[in-house]
Design a protein around this ligand. Structure first.
Ligand SMILES: [Fe+2]
Length: 217
């Protein structure tokens, strides 16, 4: 879960994993971060309030993420499809696509809707490519040192194992329904403080910069 805060600059308030059969689902709800607003302003994207994401892997290499972004002007439905299959011992081919519901704009102008959708898709794409950067550099650790908030890593591996054996050798513990909801109480408290500190630090830096470089009024 912490990955979403530190990698994607999201703020998870609800987080749950469900493994069942050949599917693995991650349900996540989150709110926007005031300390990340400058990045949205920079690309001219509208102000996001939060998001609801239901991401399901159908087998080990195909994921559909139903992603609803909550904006000031309303919700926008997005679907992120992600597919990756091995092409040799050490690499895989990654394909992904993003579709987005046409956003509502003033006067229903198609060109404006297209332009706004492109900016919103750019933020989804940015988020996905943050993961790609990690995948390029990660490796498997058989006995990782985990903390509570890392979630059910070993249960995920049991689920994943079903795809490494013949169908006849799939054991019940690989496919039985397993649900895990993280308690977000403590992370929410800690992250609220962190966001406030970031906002305060940026304001102080901006004020100091304004003193160094007085604007010609
Ligand atoms: Fe991620």
């Amino acid at each position: 879960m912490a990955h979403f805060f530190y990698v994607h600059h999201a703020f998870p308030t609800y987080f749950k994993n469900t493994f069942e059969g050949h599917t693995a689902t991650q349900l996540q709800k989150g709110v926007n971060r005031d300390d990340m607003r400058p990045a949205e302003v920079a690309i001219g994207a509208p102000k996001r309030l939060g998001n609801t994401s239901v991401a399901t892997y159908h087998g080990p290499s195909f994921m559909i993420d139903d992603l609803i972004y909550h904006y000031e002007h309303g919700d926008t439905r997005t679907v992120l499809i992600n597919c990756h299959y091995p092409i040799d011992e050490n690499s895989f081919m990654l394909l992904y696509g993003i579709s987005m519901q046409r956003p509502e704009v003033e006067d229903d102008d198609p060109a404006a809707a297209e332009a706004l959708a492109a900016k919103m898709v750019a933020t989804v794409r940015l988020g996905f490519e943050q993961d790609v950067e990690i995948w390029k550099n990660k490796t498997r650790i058989d006995n990782p040192l985990l903390c509570e908030e890392d979630g059910p890593v070993y249960q995920l591996r049991r689920w994943y194992e079903q795809f490494y054996v013949d169908v006849a050798d799939v054991r019940p513990e690989m496919t039985e329904r397993f649900e895990f909801e993280l308690d977000t109480t403590r992370p929410i408290e800690a992250w609220k403080r962190e966001v406030e500190e970031n906002v305060a630090r940026r304001a102080a830096e901006a004020a100091a910069a304004a003193v160094r470089e007085p604007q010609d009024a």
